[in-house]
Design a protein. Structure first.
Length: 317
């Protein structure tokens, strides 16, 4: 039986090489990793697991150039947003946004919301419909232009690192949906989200759950194992990093999401880890009428939902 390669590293190895933008060694974000191994040594040579806390992570992290190739103008087409499927895609994303905002406090006059990783602006649109003074930040120029064509000046082109709110402690709610797994330094990202909230402000965050049944069943073929996902959390590790950053965690639970069949087939058709899944998905997509794929909705448990707050008072991380 092939054994996984074990690497023992000290706390100092958690430091990032800021110029190369990759991690200096295989290391755990949660417990300063003294015991890490390859999760699937025969299949995924870049996916590591902390034997102490269960966090999984990519190492070495992709370079900026490699990630830039992933996050190009056609990034959203991978998920079904194109000329033919734009309306169906927006309908699905807005339904997901409405579900998420049900966990936010009811907005009062002037209540502010920031969506980090706003994509095509659908959560910002739904939040405004629900009475929020909402805006978003997004690093993809195509997505920013698309969002602002729908709602002028609603989404700012910025990374989370570069973003500085006009006034300190500005937002009542910050949303961050399926973003934290993409960032190089989740602790620093959560620290920025904390600083963007007013004392008592609410964070709503979602991310894939590496401990879910589908992940355990599919193993190395799990559809979230791809190179632009740098961190893979389960409930305990997500709660741990949020608390260590300074958040008061109110809830961390499985997330329920609505998906259209067209979206599911589009994602699985570009599936990186399993050729048979790609073939079957493409075959189904060719057989079904387009309007069927746009109308059929599936509600599934997918990922984790974290609800947390910035502590009251003059707390600064």
């Amino acid at each position: 039986r092939e054994s996984a390669r074990i690497t023992r590293v000290g706390a100092a190895s958690r430091r990032f090489d800021r110029e190369a933008r990759v991690c200096g060694d295989a290391c755990c974000l949660i417990c300063d990793a003294t015991n890490c191994e390859l999760a699937f040594p025969r299949r995924l040579s870049w996916l590591w697991r902390c034997r102490d806390c269960g966090l999984r992570f990519a190492w070495p992290q992709p370079t900026d150039c490699e990630l830039a190739e992933v996050y190009g103008d056609d990034y959203f087409a991978t998920f079904g947003f194109d000329a033919a499927g734009a309306e169906a895609y927006r309908s699905m994303k807005r339904a997901q946004a409405a579900d998420l905002l049900a966990f936010a406090p009811a907005p009062v006059d002037g209540a502010t919301l920031l969506d980090v990783g706003a994509g095509l602006g659908d959560l910002v649109w739904v939040a405004r419909q629900h009475g929020w003074d909402a805006m978003g930040i997004e690093m993809n120029p195509f997505a920013v232009a698309t969002a602002n064509n729908l709602m002028p000046e609603s989404v700012i082109e910025s990374t989370w690192e570069a973003f500085e709110p006009a006034t300190r402690e500005r937002f009542d709610v910050v949303t961050c949906t399926d973003v934290i797994e993409h960032v190089r330094d989740p602790e620093a990202a959560l620290g920025k989200l904390l600083a963007c909230l007013r004392p008592g402000g609410c964070l709503l965050l979602t991310t894939p759950d590496v401990s879910c049944r589908r992940a355990r069943w599919m193993g190395a073929a799990w559809y979230h194992y791809h190179r632009d996902h740098l961190w893979y959390f389960q409930r305990s590790t997500l709660v741990s990093v949020a608390r260590r950053t300074g958040f008061e965690v109110e809830m961390c639970r499985p997330a329920s999401k609505q998906f259209q069949l067209a979206y599911v087939l589009s994602v699985l058709s570009s599936y990186p880890n399993q050729g048979s899944v790609r073939w079957i998905s493409r075959a189904i997509g060719r057989c079904l009428p387009a309007d069927w794929k746009g109308r059929l909705n599936l509600r599934v448990t997918e990922g984790l939902l974290l609800v947390a707050r910035r502590p009251m008072g003059d707390y600064h991380p």
